[in-house]
Design a binder for this molecule. Structure first.
Ligand code: HEM
Length: 474
């Protein structure tokens, strides 16, 4: 058991106040020359390449191209530079998903339903792929950190920032701007993670030292950063049009939980004799909300259900350094007497700090409620296929975690009550305590609707406007 450290690094990611959850250096945009045939396939692969059609636009073409791909297994075995290993892992992740899911994509284009995927990976993909995955100590399937999102961006203007419209993907599936906007917005939000991670670490140190001033200061920093992240998150409605989500969604599906597509799993030829099942890339592998849940105490209200099990299972789909960070964070929070940092703040009579904690919880609520609206629109209003890319039955699961946030909010409101506050924190307290009833009512109303056998996703979505909790600024 260890008190939270300042940094957790694997050479690619460096979780701390300098890089947050982003890589410490920009990822390689292309593979080294020795892998030129693989790079060439990736370049020609997207459905759409600047208005021209790529391999994935034509049934079977990606399979033909893989026939001429050399098996780079021995080369990958020799690699020791983490930047190259990550770029190789990303390359094989994309190729494996394109290769297996292309038939489902073509079927979807024709019928509106996902057809069966191809569930065999030939040696020239599976062997170097598993080798690169083993070197990174991750599963050999498209993930969020090293492959699809955080390790897949390049800046358009190199001196510019990480806003989604200054970012492009190094490797793509659809090639449409909606795919780029969708996943680059995740990177955009994470550009503010250094101050989020830094403030979490600093609050915990300040609480240990019973340092009121610093606890309050860093809780405020965390609250302000969450507000900023929510502002960036709302850009999703602009960055990626909801009715274009299906252009690329099929390619990010996982194997586990999606048996209708993959049957027993995928056979990695020349590696394992049995088919394997790994989960798909999903924003649920992002680190912001899980970190905030552990830190703020929301996690102790997680219901005992399948979503919670799934979220815990997803811990193992993260880089080892992130897993260690979460573990130490959990141990550190549990090391204090009481039931989470709300109780520590109460014991230290830091009511201003508690108000900032309440503000943080409110922002976690907004993140989840806005995100729930993404799911209503991008998925529920868009498709008949009820499984999410991570393999979850989305509709019934997500609201549970929103209830967990509201439970901790109610607890924090109850322990602040009637204590003297500064002008700034009393405004936060009054705003939030006066509006929590509305949030509870909105969710109850939505849950009643979706429990009906047939419901309209648009009606569920429209309720957000009625309660004045709409996320979409347009
Ligand atoms: C159009 C945008 C988005 C859609 C359609 C979407 C969809 C989903 C779906 C279907 C799930 C259910 C679990 C699964 O199967 O993996 C999920 C979970 C999750 N997503 Fe997203 N997502 C979007 C954007 C984001 C963004 C921008 C983030 C954060 C940067 C994010 C973070 C999460 C987290 C943390 C979970 C776990 C559930 C929870 O803790 O409440 N998502 N998402």
């Amino acid at each position: 058991m260890g008190f939270i450290k300042k940094n957790y690094s694997d050479g690619f990611f460096n979780v701390g106040d300098k890089n947050g959850f982003l890589p410490s250096k920009s990822p390689l945009e292309v593979l080294p020359n020795s892998y030129s045939i693989l790079q060439d396939i990736l370049d020609k692969m997207p459905v759409n390449i600047d208005g021209k059609s790529g391999y994935l636009d034509h049934p079977g073409k990606i399979h033909d191209s893989v026939e001429d791909l050399p098996n780079y297994f021995d080369n990958v075995k020799e690699e020791s530079d983490i930047m190259i290993i990550q770029a190789l892992y990303r390359a094989y992740c994309f190729l494996a998903s394109a290769y297996t899911l292309e038939p489902s994509f073509q079927h979807f284009r024709k019928t509106g339903n996902y057809g069966k995927a191809k569930n065999i990976l030939p040696k020239q993909i599976s062997q170097p792929f598993v080798e690169a995955a083993t070197k990174l100590d991750v599963y050999p399937w498209l993930d969020y950190h090293y492959a699809y999102s955080l390790g897949n961006f390049k800046k358009i203007d190199k001196s510019g920032d990480h806003k989604w419209n200054n970012l492009d993907m190094c490797v793509r599936f659809s090639g449409q701007p909606d795919e780029v906007g969708f996943i680059m917005l995740h990177v955009d939000i994470n550009q503010h993670s250094p101050s989020l991670v830094g403030s979490v670490i600093n609050v915990l140190h300040a609480l240990k030292e019973n340092n009121h001033k610093d606890s309050t200061k860093f809780l405020k920093e965390n609250y302000d950063t969450m507000k900023l992240m929510n502002t960036r998150r709302k850009e999703m409605w602009k960055a990626s049009r909801w009715n274009h989500y299906n252009d690329f969604r099929i390619f990010i599906m996982g194997v586990k939980g999606n048996e209708e597509l993959f049957g027993d799993g995928v056979l990695y030829q020349g590696v394992w004799d049995e088919p394997k099942q790994f989960r798909g890339q999903t924003g649920a592998q992002d680190d912001i909300i899980p970190m905030e849940d552990i830190f703020s105490g929301v996690i102790k209200h997680y219901p005992k259900n399948e979503l919670t099990k799934y979220l815990m299972d997803l811990r193992s789909y993260r880089p080892k350094c992130v897993q260690q960070f979460f573990k130490d964070l959990e141990d550190t929070v549990n090391e204090f007497d009481g039931d989470g940092i709300s109780d520590v703040l109460l014991k230290q009579k830091n009511f201003d700090g508690l108000c900032f904690l309440l503000g943080i919880l409110e922002e976690i609520y907004h993140f989840r409620n806005g995100h729930w609206q993404f799911v209503q629109k991008y998925i529920m209003a868009n498709t008949k296929y009820s499984k999410a890319t991570g393999g979850t039955p989305i509709i019934s699961w997500l609201p549970n975690q929103m209830k967990a946030v509201m439970n901790e909010m109610k607890y924090v409101i109850s322990i602040i009550e009637n204590n003297s506050l500064s002008k700034e924190t009393s405004m936060i307290y009054n705003d939030i305590s006066n509006s929590i009833g509305k949030k509870v009512d909105l969710l109850d109303h939505q849950l009643k609707l979706i429990q009906k056998k047939s419901f309209s996703a648009n009606k569920v979505y429209d309720l957000n406007k009625k309660y004045d909790l709409s996320d979409n600024p347009n």
